[in-house]
Design a protein around this ligand. Structure first.
Ligand code: ZN
Length: 344
């Protein structure tokens, strides 16, 4: 089958499109003929170094994906061949301490597609049935694929970790990235007021057109000061951020007393000043989050369908255009997801 895979670590020279063996379906698994996938920051990380992630080379890239079921067990009750489905890319063990208490997202033996095992930038993938979910009917394959990492991550941050309420205000840093745009869409659909930041006025304008209540240019303006202006001097209830060091001081100063900051990344550095006095005096909560579990994915898909939310696709490339797609993601110029189509 055709697939995009890494043969080493470095730049695009280690990324190839070529033939890989079609995965055999094991009992309990569902084999999916993939139609589309989208790129995530971790795809760049795996290409560049993959440090700290157990994997073997060559390895097929890609975490998220959507397609059509090809083959299931004869006694499979919920899924059937021909069904349009979206993938949950995290394979937990189901047996460790964390899985047993219902927190599979903390599994000590978690394996992600495209990180620890062959991924979704391929014509076929075979996964445990519990990782395969019916697709929201109003989306195309690429839009559906986008839900499996970014929207699920944003969902857990907003609703499981921060417990955002409809009357609250959320500050989302770095609008244009996949998780940030997902957080904007989900928080607005849940009724919250949303302030976004970007270093790019055009991205701010696009976010406002999508429903953001305020946009702050973090290159030219003081984010915390602007947030206080927009909130009558109060500050926001929740900060959603994955930028790290570059925005941390502004994020801390933007929070109302008792506010919650949820972080899922540190693209600009992971050692910001802790500002402990502010944390205890103002009783701030700093919450770490990553990805989401099966029940959260189930809830997300129902919400996406009910609210008719459509993930933003920045650009669409054929799988043969994987180098251009990776370049687009690496440029930071994108607004939304960079997608790959894997058409028959
Ligand atoms: Zn486990």
């Amino acid at each position: 089958m055709k697939a995009a895979f890494i043969t080493g670590h470095g730049g695009n020279e280690v990324v190839q499109v070529g033939e890989r063996e079609r995965p055999a379906r094991r009992p309990g698994e569902v084999r999916v003929r993939l139609h589309a996938a989208t790129l995530n920051q971790v795809d760049l990380y795996m290409r560049n170094s993959g440090a700290g992630i157990t994997h073997s080379l060559p390895q097929i890239m890609g975490l998220d994906g959507a397609g059509v079921i090809d083959e299931v067990d004869a006694d499979e009750a919920l899924l059937k061949p021909g069904q349009r489905v979206v993938l949950h890319p995290g394979l937990n063990c189901g047996r460790c301490e964390f899985c047993q208490r219902g927190e599979g997202v903390l599994c000590t033996r978690m394996q992600f597609l495209g990180e620890h095992r062959d991924g979704s930038f391929a014509e076929w993938v075979s996964l445990p049935a519990r990782n395969v979910f019916p697709m929201p009917a109003h989306l195309d394959f690429m839009e559906a694929a986008a839900l499996g990492v970014n929207h699920l991550t944003a969902w857990r941050m907003l609703f499981t970790k921060a417990r955002v309420k409809p009357w609250e205000t959320v500050l989302v840093f770095g609008i244009g990235g996949g998780v940030s745009l997902a957080a904007l869409q989900l928080a607005k659909a849940a009724g919250a007021r949303v302030i976004v930041t970007s270093r790019d006025d055009i991205k701010l304008e696009r976010a406002m057109a999508m429903g953001a209540d305020h946009g702050i240019n973090s290159r030219s303006g003081d984010v915390a000061k602007a947030v206080l202006t927009f909130t009558g001097g109060r500050g926001v209830d929740v900060v959603i951020e994955n930028v790290g060091e570059a925005v941390w001081p502004a994020a801390m100063k933007s929070l109302v007393r008792g506010g919650r900051l949820v972080t899922c990344g540190a693209t600009s550095g992971d050692q910001p000043p802790a500002d402990l006095r502010r944390i205890f005096i103002r009783q701030l909560q700093i919450l770490g989050s990553t990805h989401g579990d099966f029940s959260e994915f189930h809830d997300l898909l129902a919400f996406i369908e009910q609210q008719r939310i459509v993930p933003v696709i920045d650009s669409r490339f054929p799988i043969e255009g994987i180098h251009e797609a990776l370049n687009r993601l690496e440029s930071g110029l994108q607004f939304g997801k960079v997608g790959l189509s894997i058409q028959p």
